[in-house]
Ligand binder design. Structure first.
Ligand SMILES: Nc1nc2c(ncn2[C@@H]2O[C@H](COP(=O)(O)OP(=O)(O)OP(=O)(O)O)[C@@H](O)[C@H]2O)c(=O)[nH]1
Ligand SMILES: [Mg+2]
Length: 188
């Protein structure tokens, strides 16, 4: 979108991770839309638009909330181009198996040439479900190290967050860190 007399960069943030891990819920929580307990599967992709400020500069952001269902795997390749930042969301009530929950997405980032283009937030979600939690610090470290190694990224490019879309814990921090890191490359 072009504002008359002004060229504005539109940032693109993608939400990735397997189905039901909480991508849509995190997006809605961040956008002040509360939390819905009932699951409504994302079909393809849902787009949201928002503005953010860095210093005095206002920028545009489009969030691409991508369906996690593996049936859409081929289809979702269409949605990666031009991304500046990504969430990789993992549900802490699953076993967090790397081959199942991490590798397919890391492969997508590599195949769709996002390496070197994106900043990445690894999101451990559903932290409110303490008694069902199966992913703990050692697994989180293993996932973070795997991602960093595969993508050749360091702590400037990747950061881990613990979140809950129910309580809101960590949600604002994660989005704000990623947006700040994305914008730092372009806006003074
Ligand atoms: N307790 C708890 N439930 C959550 C949390 N985040 C999401 N959920 C629930 O988990 C289910 C899946 O959430 P979604 O946000 O739709 O998951 P998604 O990753 O967008 O799923 P797809 O659209 O299929 O890729 C829903 O029933 C949510 O209410 C959370 O932080 N805590
Ligand atoms: Mg969804």
């Amino acid at each position: 979108m072009n504002i008359p007399g002004e060229e504005r960069f539109i940032f693109k943030l993608i939400l990735t991770g397997n189905e039901k891990v909480g991508k849509t819920s995190l997006r809605k929580r961040f956008m002040g839309m509360g939390f819905q307990g009932t699951y409504k599967k994302t079909i393809g992709v849902d787009l949201s638009y928002l503005k953010f400020k860095k210093g005095n500069e206002e920028s545009d952001l489009v969030i691409w909330d991508i369906a996690g269902d593996a049936h859409f795997r081929n289809n979702r390749k269409l949605y990666y181009k031009g991304s500046n930042g990504a969430f990789l969301v993992i549900d802490v009530t699953t076993d967090g198996d790397i081959d199942t929950y991490v590798k397919p997405w890391v492969e997508d980032y590599i195949n769709e040439r996002l390496v070197g283009e994106i900043k990445l937030a690894i999101i451990f979600n559903k932290m409110d479900l303490e008694d069902q939690r199966k992913v703990f610090k050692d697994k989180m470290m293993e996932i973070e190290n795997y991602v960093k190694t595969q993508l050749g990224m360091d702590e400037n490019d990747v950061k881990t967050f613990e979140t809950s879309a129910v309580t809101g814990e960590g949600v604002k921090d994660a989005f704000e860190w990623l947006i700040e890191r994305m914008a730092a490359q372009f806006v003074n």
